[in-house]
Unconditional design. Sequence first.
Length: 296
Amino acid sequence: MKSNKKISQIIIIGIKEAYTKEGGDFYHETLKVSHGKFIGIFVTLFLSLNAFFGSLYYFIPGMISGPTEPNFVDCFSFSVQTMGTVGYGTYYPKSVLAHILVTIEVMIGLLGVGTFAALAFARISRPNSKLIFSDKLLINLDDGEPHLMCRVGHLRNNIVVNAQISLQLIHPITNRSGQIEMVMEQLNLIKNNYHVMTGAWIIKHPLSKDSPINGKSPAQLRLENCSIIATITGVDGTTSEAINHVHSYSPEDIIWHQRFKSIIFKDPQSNGHIVDLTMINEIESTKRPKSHEAYY
């Protein structure tokens, strides 16, 4: 699953303490770090461990032997060969202590390299949706009726099968016992499922009398600490893997009396149509209706 940011207006504390108490989740945390940080951790640990063992081989007399008296670079290289189970044979362990250290280092090397190889494969094979939502939510008339709209695009040149899309309003309420609860209300969509999805779609929620945000102004939404959560799930048409994507909107992300620019153009050469995904966030002003108070 991919999420663009933390759910707006919600600050969670005590995660570190509770997380540590439960023992943490090394596998999950490793999958969440960036590729650069993952490689950096591997290189840092690898060099640090070899520097540590190389120092032991160098500073403890009579540890390794070879054609010449080993310097620190030779000892570091011997450590790298040992941890990687390469064993060129130029230098070799000389004492009982050296053999013990070599055994320990080989065990660390096998476990460490195997662990990082497994984590690297898990990161590469992890499903990646490549789905994006528009940065803003728009409220505007559509066929004469007010609608809340966002746009979703698929950045891969394939299809998403059985795509399910939802919008939910999340906000705090105080119950009869005086306790604060977070409530999620479903925002009904004109269409929330697509058997085959590719390119880009505009998702529409009619601001009817049943809508939880009908008649609420931007100030009211901010005052109530409302957020709107957009989710999309489906199956990748190439790999058949389940994919999902989550995007959250704050009241500041809602723009009134704007509409999305069309991103579909007719190709004069092929007589087909072109979808320009670089314009997914492009919007334009519309004429402000006289009866805007009805949905403002």
